[in-house]
Each structure stands twice: as C-alpha cells, then as structure tokens.
Design a protein around this ligand. Structure first.
Ligand code: FMN
Length: 301
C-alpha cells in the first residue's frame, strides 16, 4: 500500500511532493533521482523568449528570499524542442508546465500548441503577470478575468489545469472560486508576496527593480492561511506552497487541506530538501499507521 499516494484533480501522484515553479531544474538530478518526485513543475514559460530583469535580482533576507527574476525563459518553441525532451529523459514523473501570457488569446494559443505534446500531463497557469488588455493589471487580481481565462483554457484541454494564485489580493477565495467555476481542476497557492529590502548604509535598494517577490520561511503562515481558506471553502484540490522546508512544514499544509505541496525556496538552502521531505513524511505516516488521505483537511480547533 502506498500511504503517500494522492490525487490532484485529474492526476494521481505517487507522493504529494512537487517543486515550485522557477526554483528548480533538471540540474537537481545531480543530487538525486528526479523520479522520486510526485510531479515536476517547470519554470514559467512565455510564448517568446524573455531576458528577465537586470541584476541584482535575488536577495536573502533574515527570514526569506526576495527575487525579481522577471520570468526569464527561452520561450515556448525552445522549451518544447530542447528543455522538455531533456527533462523527459531524466524524469518520468508527471510534467506540469507553468506558463504565462499577456492576453487571454496568447494563453490559449500556448495551451493549444502544448496539447500536441503527450509528455505534458498538465498545466500550471501563472496569472500573476500583467494583462496588456487591462492596463497591465495582473490577471490574478480580478475574478471576472480569472473566470474568462480559465473557461477559455478548460475548453481546450482535458489534462490537469491548475490555476496558480497570487496572495496579493483582498479575497483569495473569490479568485479561487472564479477559477473553479471556470473549470480549473486544481488551485496552486501561493505565489510570492510583495517585498523590498534597502541597504541602510547606502540607501540603495537591494533589488534593482525595487519591489520584488518575497518567498521562504517568513511567508509560511500566510500560505497556510490561504490554503486553509480555499480548501475549506471550495471543493477543489489545492497544491500548496510557501515556506515549506521539511516534512513537518508539509504536514501543517495537509492538515490545512492541501492535497499536494511544492518545495520552492528551500531547494536553494538544501538541494536534498525534496527527497528528505518525502522520506520524513513516509516515516511519519508509517509510525502512525495512517495514509496521507486520512489527515488532509483534518485540522482541529
Ligand atoms: C527565484 C524564484 C523564481 C520564481 N519563479 C517563478 C516562476 O517562474 N513562476 C511562478 O509561478 N512562480 C515563481 N516563483 C514562486 C514560487 O514558485 C513559489 O510560488 C513561491 O516562491 C512560494 O514558495 P516558497 O516559499 O517555497 O519558495 C519563483 C520563486 C523564486 C524564489
């Protein structure tokens, strides 16, 4: 019996552990066998190549990490011709492609192209990007836009359709509901919070772009609250992330209602974080003679 098995919408995963978009690559195969993953989530891909933001674009704070990478990626065509085959050669876990567009049409065009690729098991839709048709306001802050985008994409695929939410909204449940009614099969949360750091000696921003994305240890309580709110309000599986470093952190998210978790910033601190987390979780469940499904959403008050 596999105590760690979980399902995320249409996907059955051998264990509930995946990796947070943008924090991981096939190079982790130098540390361990990538087949240990429950699923592999890629860095966000855009239709055309993106250079990303100028440095400095990473800064470690006392309790987390600031980044303003700016979706640097080779674009969809190179991803499909080079990155995906390279990844498929070393990883047989389900591959979920994170992608982003600047209009609803562009998101749909990208998904349509990716539908031809049998090695892709699902999509994580990054909606934290600016919508060029709506004055650059991020897609993810407006429930009507999220609903329109999700329903457009859901009509084009029967693969796993994960909508990844930003925490930088007033009511995360209303955005998740818009995605769920639009046809999302699961919800990923949370993307980075907004953060900033300044060198008090020089007055200079630690990150060239100023305000950037904040992740890691400090955001765990925020991610846990968002997970609990969405998982308890809606009947949709949640892929949770935000400050998960070890199996104990992951357990908190399962009690809050997550069906699977993703490891992000922790990969930078400990390249073995993923296999260690899987092993720790397995031992915990075995000692108590329970399955993961017995504890999901069972937080007590
Ligand atoms: C360096 C870095 C790059 C990231 N790039 C992406 C990205 O391309 N797409 C995306 O959806 N999220 C991206 N994220 C956000 C993570 O996937 C994740 O949602 C967030 O960091 C919270 O999880 P964590 O605290 O475990 O890192 C990035 C985060 C970091 C630290």
């Amino acid at each position: 019996m596999n105590r760690l098995q979980t399902s995320l919408g249409t996907l059955t995963m051998q264990n509930p552990v995946t990796v947070a978009s943008g924090t991981y690559g096939a190079e982790f195969g130098a540390f361990y066998d990538l087949n240990c993953l429950g699923a592999y989530v890629t860095k966000t891909i855009t239709r055309y190549p993106k250079q990303g933001n100028p440095p400095p674009r990473l800064y470690e704070t006392e309790a987390g990490l600031l980044n303003s990478i700016g979706l640097q990626n080779p674009g969809l065509d190179i991803f499909l011709s080079n990155t995906l085959p390279e990844l498929s050669a070393v990883c047989s876990a389900p591959i979920i492609v994170s992608f982003s567009g600047s209009t609803i049409d562009e998101f749909a065009e990208m998904l349509d192209i990716m539908e031809q690729e049998p090695r892709i098991s699902g999509y994580e839709v990054n909606i934290s990007c600016p919508n060029v048709e709506k004055e650059g306001i991020a897609f993810g802050v407006d429930p009507d836009t999220v609903h329109s985008l999700t329903s457009r994409l859901a009509a084009l695929t029967s693969k796993e359709l994960i909508i990844k939410l930003s925490p930088n909204v007033t009511d995360v449940v209303s955005i998740a509901r818009a995605a769920a009614t639009g046809g999302a099969t699961s919800i990923a949360l949370i993307n980075t919070l907004l953060g900033m750091a300044i060198d008090w000696k020089t007055g200079k921003s630690r990150i060239k772009r100023g305000v950037s994305g904040y992740s890691g240890l400090a955001i765990k309580p925020v991610a846990l609250a968002a997970t609990y709110k969405v998982a308890s309000a809606l009947r949709i599986p949640v892929l949770a992330m935000g400050g998960i470093y070890d199996w104990k952190d992951a357990l908190e998210f399962f009690y809050a209602g997550a069906s699977a978790v993703a490891i992000g910033t922790a990969n930078f601190a400990n390249p073995h974080a993923v296999p260690e987390l899987i092993a720790g979780l397995d031992s915990y469940l075995q000692e108590r003679d329970v399955s993961l499904s017995d504890i999901i959403g069972t937080v007590q008050f």
